[in-house]
Ligand binder design. Structure first.
Ligand SMILES: [Zn+2]
Ligand SMILES: [Zn+2]
Length: 337
């Protein structure tokens, strides 16, 4: 079984196709029997056609976990029986970024799952070996599925900004998947966390993952009333509505990591403010294999979690995407083939 996005937009449902034997892997392809696949906010952006390079028809899903059942003749990284999960895409394996282990900065990875390459809303996923990282046995399939895109994104952002014990970390959009993960990981790294949410209904959720302070704000004023003063690191999961206030929340020399762009709007930036206060603005996406290995090692000592809203059968992929698109969920939906 697999779900197919045949036309962009929301006027037609995803088409669920029954049956199908595992595909034969070619070249450096790995075939995985999928245990679970997350339904991400990005899947809805993909479906709406906001990435101009999307090629339909395509099987959605960049958050799959499963077991390797076949490998192509050029595969060197994996063998049959190993448990793996997906990153957003592969890397070319040969450029400066790939050779440095920074495959998410590769300019020529072609297998973007769910956009240019069939993804994980399926029983079987065939993709280049560079799309996968190793997952330990025993990790809950739902958590393993969403690990890279939520906790991995948060981990990479926090570590690239140098978060350590004693850091003060602000997270905007902290009730979303990456936001909850960022609060949870920052706390487990020994940081003090200030969580910004748009509405009081989200306060409980961010307190449950350990936020030290919660600010309810429309995104424009929170920097004027930060408990304990400015922060070392801001993780901005929202974008235009919050980025300027997040910048103004930083200490001199502070780091802002942009990981979310929910509205897609352009913003005005006071460059003089950035220069004068020596601020760094870091864009971050796509946790690498090394990021995931470090995160999994951290998780083994300091368990971090992502709330799961629901586990739904793959046949309900269309309904699952519509629930995610409607927003307001305090946790992720995971499809089970
Ligand atoms: Zn995702
Ligand atoms: Zn590369």
């Amino acid at each position: 079984m697999r779900a197919r996005l045949e036309a962009l937009g929301w006027d037609t449902d995803l088409v669920v196709e029954a049956g199908g034997a595992p595909p034969e892997p070619a070249g450096d392809e790995v075939v995985v029997e999928v245990e679970a696949c997350g339904v991400c906010g990005r899947d809805c952006i993909d479906r709406a056609g906001r990435f101009g390079f999307v090629q339909v028809p395509v099987t959605p899903g960049h958050e799959a976990v499963g077991r390797v059942v076949a490998v192509g003749p050029e595969v060197t990284d994996w063998s049959v029986g190993q448990r793996v999960a997906t990153m957003h895409r592969d890397g070319c394996g040969a450029c400066e970024a790939c050779l440095a282990g920074e495959a998410s900065l590769c300019g020529s990875g072609a297998a973007v799952l769910g956009l240019l390459h069939d993804g994980g809303y399926a029983n079987w996923l065939a993709a280049p070996q560079g799309c996968f990282y190793a997952v330990p046995e025993g990790l809950d399939p739902a958590l393993a599925a969403v690990l890279n895109c939520t906790l991995g994104t948060a981990w990479r952002g926090l570590t690239r900004a140098g978060t350590r014990a004693g850091s003060r970390v602000l997270v905007t959009g902290s009730n979303g998947g990456v936001g909850l993960a960022a609060v949870s990981i920052a706390r487990s790294l020994g940081a003090t966390t200030l969580a910004v949410v748009r509405s009081t209904e989200h306060v409980d959720a961010v307190q449950r993952v350990g936020a030290d302070e919660v600010l309810v704000d429309d995104g424009s004023e929170f920097h004027k009333r930060l408990p304990g003063g400015p922060v070392d690191v801001a993780i901005d999961c929202v974008g235009a509505p919050t980025l300027n206030a997040a910048l103004r929340s930083l200490v001199v020399g502070g780091r802002l990591v942009a990981v979310g762009n929910i509205t897609g709007e352009r913003i005005q930036l006071n460059i003089g403010y950035v220069i004068t206060f020596g601020l760094q603005i870091i864009g971050s996406s796509g946790a690498t294999r090394a990021d995931m290995a470090a995160l999994l090692a951290h998780h083994a000592e300091n368990p971090v979690d992502v709330p799961i809203h629901d586990r739904m059968p793959l046949a309900e992929a269309d309904r699952a995407q519509r629930l995610v698109a409607a927003g307001g969920l305090e946790g992720r939906i995971v499809l089970i083939p």
